[in-house]
Design a protein around this ligand. Sequence first.
Ligand code: ADP
Ligand code: MG
Length: 439
Amino acid sequence: MNQLAELWNRVLEEIQPEVSTISFDAWIKPIRPVEMTETTIRLSVPDGINQEVIQTKFRSMLESCIKLAAGRAYEMEVVCGNPEQRKADKNADPIRNQNPLNPKYSFENFVVGNKNNLAYAAALAVAEVPSSTHNNPLFIYGGSGLGKTHLLHAIGNYFLKNYPDKRVLYTTSEKFTYELVTAIREKTNQEFRNRHRNVDILLMDDVQFLATKELAQEELFHTFNTLYEAGKQIVLTSDRLPSETPHLADRLKTRFQMGLLADIQPPDYETRLAILRAKIEEEYFTFDEEIVEYMANNIKTNVRDLEGAVKRILAYAGIERTNTISMGLAQKALKEILHTLPQRDITIKVIIDEVEKYFRLPGGSLIAKRKSNDIVYPRHIAMYIAREVLDESYPRIGEEFNRDHTTVMTAVKKIRENLSGDTELSAIIRDLVENINKN
Ligand code: ADP
Ligand code: MG
């Protein structure tokens, strides 16, 4: 490491206790030291907002931390926007991040609600008593930002606290693939194998990304068997069920489904409130109940977005140099992100549109009187989704489709029956619901 980088690390150590984690992550972390002369240290930040905040809010603190770390004073110059910086940061991440267990993620700070309690309970059970046969493997699945990675780390942290001598490996399917390819190239396969097979718990995140990687699938298959036969625990996460993962080898699908499948769904209103309160408290702040409710009403996607909203509001408070969070400030801070989050109210018409698009049917086909066979199936699917997702009444759905309510009932029943056992159909419906939510 060069002299400047070393110095900067010491500066960071000085700063860290001085500021909140939020401020540290938002403003201090993005700073890159670029140059050091006899008199001056030049720092670069990603954009104008960061520059402004550093200049106005953190300048004197930074200067004194530099002085402490360097043993003498330097002038500080803050330049904005090294365009390569963001890119470089992104690229550097996977290498620097060796995926050790993150102590931040525990069971204690995981808010339990009725959409994640099964996954939570299963994860805790595995951390307490690994490798009981009915929990092995544990397969946690659900959309992005709902706490899958959090639970994996929580399992590892909890287990190691009770059994410090045991071995836990957290990895992701991408890291696994990347390291496998490197190991083959560098002829260190044996080492790779030892590392993955001599563990008490293997935690593998995001296995959906294995889908197109045959070599990695092959290797994981053998890793899985070795661990399983030795009575070691395996925990996997994915954004979907094994059976709904295209290009995943059948032998992996069957193995992944052998133990316990636990899903996580987006949090309901009450849980969103609880999560927001917890995240705000973690930052030693309080928001008026009215603001928390405003947030819970408007951000329905996932926990990551809820967390992001809290951080954003606090970052805004930082810019405006206030510790009082008003409704106006919250609304201002969230204005932009609320645009980008899916907010559209889903109606039967939206569902019809999306299903027509998905099956490449001309607009209006599903509600037309015509009885052509290639339209019957998509129409049934659309009716089923309207019923299941919107909870609309049969007559209401019938109205929109220009059909009798008994026709709708029959259609919904048919799809429901077909769903058990037809994994292709469940994958189609899952994709459709995702499209509809995204829209
Ligand atoms: P995923 O891996 O499912 O995409 P993460 O585990 O990365 O999601 O979660 C995203 C963020 O939300 C993390 O910071 C995590 O700590 C937080 N989070 C998710 N679920 C909860 C929960 N139930 N309680 C508290 N924090 C949560
Ligand atoms: Mg994750």
